[in-house]
Structures are given as C-alpha cells and as structure tokens.
Design a protein around this ligand. Structure first.
Ligand SMILES: [Zn+2]
Length: 444
C-alpha cells in the first residue's frame, strides 16, 4: 500500500508546486510554511498526517526539480538547482568569499548575465553553462520545472512505479477512456486488451523478458492470469524489499521496450535488456552493501560491473606508489560503468571514500544515449569529481580502469577527439585549487 500512497502524494506535492495559488496550497502555506517556500520547508514532527504525507511525496520530487530563471530574485545561487545540464544543477564552484546570494545579483536590468561577475566567482565549467541560460524576464517570477535528465535511476523507477500504481500509463485502454483512440487492443500482439497488466506481464515482448529475468533473479512471477487493476499491488505486497526493487526495475524496462515498439523504433534485444538490468541491480546492491565491507581487508573498492573487490597488482609505477604512501590525507573516488553497445545505454556508478575507507557518497546514473564505454566513463568521472569537489575538502585520487581516459585527460594539448567536450570539462575540474590525481587500477 505504501508505494501507492507515495505515488499519490508525489503528485499532490507536485500540484502544490505547480499551482501555488490553489486553495489547498494557500491553506497549507498559512498553516505550515507562512514565511517561506515549499521546497525549503523543514517538516515538523507534529504536523498533520496529511501534511507529513505530502512532505514524503515531496522528497521524491526534490531531486528532479530545477528552477527556471526569470528575474532570479527567488533563486539562491549556491543552494538551489538552477543550472540546466546533464548533471550537477547547482554550481560546481564554491561560494568562497562571494557575497551574492541570489541569481538576480548576476543579472543586469535587461536580464542579461553580468559576464565579468560570473567569471570572477565561477569556474569556467559553470560560466559556460550559466551563460547559456536565457532568463525569461518577461515572466517576471522564477518558477519550478521538472528536469528529467537529472533523475537518477531511483527517481525514474519511482516515478514509473507511481504511474503504474495510479494507472496513469498511456496505454490504449486509458487513451480510449479519453476517446483518443478507437480500440483498446494491443497494437503489438493484437490479442489482448492493452491495459497495464497486459503491457507489462502478458504481451509476448514482456513475457520473454520476464522469463529471461526469472532465470537469474529470485523474483515472483506476475504471470498468474489475474489481470485485475490491482495486480501490481498484489505482486509487490508479497515480495521482499529487494524483490520489489528488482520487480520495479524489470517493469520499468518492459515499459521502455514497449514504447520503442509503439514508436516504431527497433526495440532492444532481450539479451541486451537482460545484461543492462543485471548491471543496474548489481550497481544498486553494491552501493547498498558497501557500508558493511571491511576496508582493512582491502575490500573498500567496489567494482560496479562485477561486484568483485578490486585487486591491485604489484606495480612498478612510481606515481601510484607515491600516492599510496600519502593515502592518509586523501579521499578516493571510484568510478565505473557498463555500456550496452546495441542500445547506447549505460549504467554508471561512483563512490567516494574518505581516508578511513568510509563512504562519503555514492551515486548511480542511467545514461540513455552514449557513444561508447569511454564516453560513459568520462561522464561518470566528471560527475563524480564535481560532487567530490563540492562536498569534500581533502585531495582526491580518482581510480578507474580505463587507460584511455587517463591519457586523454592528462594530455597537455587541446583535445580534438570526439570526446573533447567531456575532456575539456574534466580538465577544468582538475584545474581547480585542489590536489587531484587520476589513475588507472587493474581489475582482476
Ligand atoms: Zn500485446
């Protein structure tokens, strides 16, 4: 039942953000956040259960919210998400001694960026991204929007779950209800009524993926012929928390494949979907399991693509040896990813450990359109490093298993490869006032 409530609440919270003038929003505002803004509210323990529930739904949304810049008077430069780009919607640059708190401080009266001010306080990577924003001065106010690129796989799967749960998926039966389409029959197989159960469990394209995943995952099979509207509830209710995550991942993937079919694209082959799902699951579980790992035994490095701990060879490389000696003051960032050539999708993970081997943060990303594995590694490396620079102060050693990546970013000349935009951004981050090393580790 939990997930259903969560789903409904995320939507309610969204309505509050979208229509702040609505009566409900007005009442809640007067009661619980008279001085402030919904996104910035700290929720008190004794608030009404309705409000607590909405707060819960709101947590789901926060991750993917981005400000659209109008006059910039409501957006906190250093704390809010407002820079539209793949990752890192806040500035990468640190506030330092800059006294400006609002985005408005960096805009002139005509709504144009004060470039000299930007260049003074922001790193190049931020200046580039900010100067591309066209403030909508005519709209006057700043407003919230949904930033889909930002949504990590957790969020994506959750949003998907609430859509299924609230039966909002754009299946043909639903469209028919709204008289958008004439028939409710499945366009893919032609034999079933295209409701959420048929689409996600019964239709042949769904079924083959179910069968493939039942071979490698310990999950209950939804194929019980019970196509009542609450089938998902029944399925999840009887599953363990891990099984629930796996089931949602699977359904999410099936929905993706379904959409490829209906949009006349060539759907990804089953083995590709299978390996992608396995790699997601491993990444998610690897990160969850990490806190129990014992760093003293050298297990602190999680290899995302295989779940096996990384082993170092006896190496003669001087730099690596020198680094190992000074390991105490350093944090260690590990990045890794897996790439599915057939579809261009990639799943990447990053984790930062302090010098005691305790995790500082970890993140998993789903990238929809990568050229190849190296691009996925570069993108992950960039995001991981940006996060590490923002959230920590000690020197950072970045470990990855691609020697190509290391040579690209350590080259002195201007990069002219097709990866140049990533390489240049990474070089920008590496040029920050922090000791950073990128090294290759050997995986057994
Ligand atoms: Zn079908």
């Amino acid at each position: 039942m939990h997930i259903f409530n969560q789903a409904l609440l995320a939507r309610q919270a969204w309505r509050l953000l979208e229509f702040p003038e609505s009566l409900c929003a007005q009442v809640l505002k007067a009661r619980y956040y008279p001085d402030g803004d919904l996104m910035d509210t700290v929720f008190v323990g004794n608030a009404s259960s309705t409000w607590q529930a909405i707060a819960y739904g709101l947590e789901l949304l926060k991750e993917g919210i981005i400000w659209r810049v109008g006059r910039g008077t409501s957006i906190r430069v250093w704390r809010d998400n407002w820079i539209p780009r793949e990752t890192h919607l806040k500035p990468v640059s640190l506030q330092g001694r800059c006294r400006s708190r609002w985005v408005a401080d960096f805009l002139d009266d005509n709504g144009r960026w004060k470039l000299d001010e930007l260049q003074r306080w922001f790193l190049l990577v931020d200046v580039d991204a900010i100067s591309k924003i066209r403030p909508a001065v005519r709209n006057d106010g700043d407003f919230y929007a949904w930033h889909p690129e930002k949504t990590g796989i957790f969020t994506k799967v959750r949003i998907f779950a609430w859509k299924v749960a609230t039966d909002c998926l754009a299946t043909r039966v639903n469209k028919e209800k709204r008289s958008l389409e004439k028939h409710g029959n499945c366009t893919i197989c032609g034999t079933g009524e295209e409701n959420s159960y048929h689409t996600l469990c019964e239709c042949p394209h769904a079924r083959v993926l179910w069968i493939a995943m039942l071979e490698c995952w310990d999950i209950p099979d939804a194929f019980h012929g019970d196509a009542r509207s609450e089938w998902l509830f029944i399925l999840l209710e009887n599953a363990t928390p891990v099984q629930r995550s796996l089931l949602l991942l699977l359904l999410w993937r099936i929905w993706h494949v379904h959409n490829e079919f209906t949009h006349d694209k060539s759907p990804p082959p089953v083995p590709a979907s299978k390996s992608l799902l396995q790699s997601y699951a491993e990444s998610l579980l690897a990160i969850k399991q990490f806190p129990n790992a014992d760093p003293a035994k050298g297990k602190e490095i999680v290899c995302f693509s295989s779940l096996k701990p990384v082993k170092r060879r006896r190496h003669s490389d001087e730099e690596e040896l020198a680094w190992q000696k000074s390991v105490e003051g350093w944090t260690k960032l590990n990045v890794d990813g897996s790439f599915v050539a057939e579809t261009g999708e990639a799943c990447t993970g990053m984790v930062l450990h302090d010098h005691l081997g305790a995790p500082v943060f970890s993140a998993v990303r789903y990238l929809q359109a990568c050229q190849d594995a190296l691009e996925a590694e570069l993108a992950t490396c960039m995001e991981g490093l940006a996060l590490a620079l923002e959230r920590t102060t000690p020197p950072i050693v970045v470990e990855n298993d691609s020697s190509e990546l290391v040579s690209l970013v350590s080259a002195r000349s201007h990069d002219r490869s097709r990866y140049f935009s990533f390489v240049e951004k990474l070089k920008c981050l590496l040029a920050m006032p922090r000791e950073i090393k990128i090294i290759k580790v050997h995986r057994s």
